[in-house]
Design a protein around this ligand. Sequence first.
Ligand SMILES: [Zn+2]
Length: 274
Amino acid sequence: MAILPLAKPQEFLESAVLYAPFQAPLETVLELIDYAGHLDLYCIQCGMDSVFKPSDRGAPIALMASRPIPTSERVGFAIEQGTHTKRFACTRNRLHPASVTFVVLAPNTVVKVGQYPSREDRSRAEARKYRSLGIDHDELTRASGLAAHGIGIGAFVYLRRIFERQMSAAAAKKTAAETSWDTTAWGALRVEDKIKALAGYLPAFLVENRTLYGILSKGLHELAEEDCARHFPAVDLAIRMILDEVLAAREAKEKQEEAKRALSKIQSEVSSKK
Ligand SMILES: [Zn+2]
């Protein structure tokens, strides 16, 4: 299993995937164990993002001893302790808890084994706005769920399906609008050229960032599970930007139709008075 580099302790606590080993210098591992800063997490009870402050700091290992303990010894002690849980409370309401549990496996290696609220809770809440998109919403939440559990390749599969669905929908629209359009020639194009040919029918963000398809495909065929999990937040965001455009276009169309109906009603009223 590939080992991921451990970023800042706060980042690890907030967003590292579960069960993937992270590697860091001894000092960073100790910073993580002693972390007494805040976390920015989604609070399930508040139903929104919140700042969480440590609810029980515990005594940092260094403060418990009467003599300065060398770093290596402190890490050795952390390994002996095995599981470490950092507890936090929502600053809006101290009774809204958050906690992160990790295991120090070796002097340089930590694995997150639990998180509440989970990364999935936030993305599920954020995905609610896509509910009207049906299968796209379902697969988006499934992708987040898999990624939260370190199943990065599976998560990429669902995101690619959403991407491909946009392409088929755009191709269907173009076929309906342009009767002379040669679909056979289009079918033989490379994916990037297929996307370019559908400009005007696809969300602009997708056309501009068509390399996303290549990244998702690389995930399916070449990237390791850990690479996919690590890149997931960025590709997930890109897919959400595409769906945002789909939603906005749908809303604009509905408003236009509503306005058209209202105007024609006025028109018929006005003309009947003549
Ligand atoms: Zn809260």
